[in-house]
Design a protein around this ligand. Structure first.
Ligand code: Y43
Ligand code: MG
Length: 211
């Protein structure tokens, strides 16, 4: 994969993801661009059945349009007591155009419904995983380089923290006794699904260019 350009284009409009990519890719010395730098690129319909399908679709659609390598991230939250929901529907769990706050409210409502009738009220409602799939697509070759990562935690009924984005305030990490939203960006990067996927992708790119 030819990544010798001076920019890395990420096919996202999520400002929380953008912050994390800019931070994680700072070491490359390249500028990290998002779809806010390419306002004419249309929204890609995320109709895949898996995170991988959606990540590939976003990278390929935007990469073919711009004629440059493009990185895409498809990610979400899989909650065990909800049989893996919201999964690939995480961004629109509370409906099309839902805000993070709307989605968080919906998630707690669904889990609290399941708790009705239980006499013990405890804040940790279910185990859950954040999952991230990355796809880097080069239109010059039609090739993809892909990676993925996940992190295990609990959904808490007591939201906390102002960092991160999305479901982070509800994602409790017992080893830290904190939610993901209470971690610094460095701490989140070190343990998160996206951090793990990014490290795997960078390793793959390094070993392919050193061959
Ligand atoms: O680290 C995370 N911390 C908290 N929440 C997260 C995280 N990572 C993904 N999530 C949630 C946010 C959104 O509800 C969905 C991603 O949906 P996803 O389609 O991949 O992203 P998006 O629509 O926000 O932006 P875009 O498609 O332009 O990259 O999962
Ligand atoms: Mg999306």
């Amino acid at each position: 994969m030819d990544m010798n350009g001076s920019t890395i284009i990420v096919a996202t409009r999520n400002k929380g993801k953008m912050r994390e990519f800019a931070h994680a890719l700072e070491f490359t010395g390249k500028s990290v661009e998002s779809m806010y730098d390419y306002p004419d690129v249309p929204e890609v319909v995320e109709d895949g059945e898996t995170f991988a399908d959606n990540a590939r679709k976003k990278a390929k659609t935007v990469g073919d349009l711009l004629g440059q390598p493009v990185l895409a991230d498809d990610s979400g939250l899989c909650v065990d007591k909800l049989s893996g929901d919201p999964g690939v529907y995480s961004a629109r769990y509370a409906g099309e155009g839902a805000s993070d706050a709307d989605n968080n409210t919906k998630l707690l409502a669904e889990l609290e419904k399941l708790q009705q009738g239980e006499d013990t009220e405890q804040p940790l409602l279910s185990t859950a995983q954040f999952v991230c799939h990355l796809a880097l697509y080069d239109p010059a070759t039609g090739q993809f380089v892909e990676s993925s990562g996940s992190v295990e935690g609990w959904i808490t009924s007591e939201p906390a923290g102002g960092g991160g984005f999305g479901y982070d305030p509800l994602f409790y990490l017992p080893p830290y006794e904190k939610t993901m939203a209470e971690l610094t960006i460095e701490e989140k990067q070190a343990i998160s699904h996206r951090g793990a996927a990014l490290r795997e992708l960078v390793d793959k790119l390094k070993s392919s260019t050193n061959r």
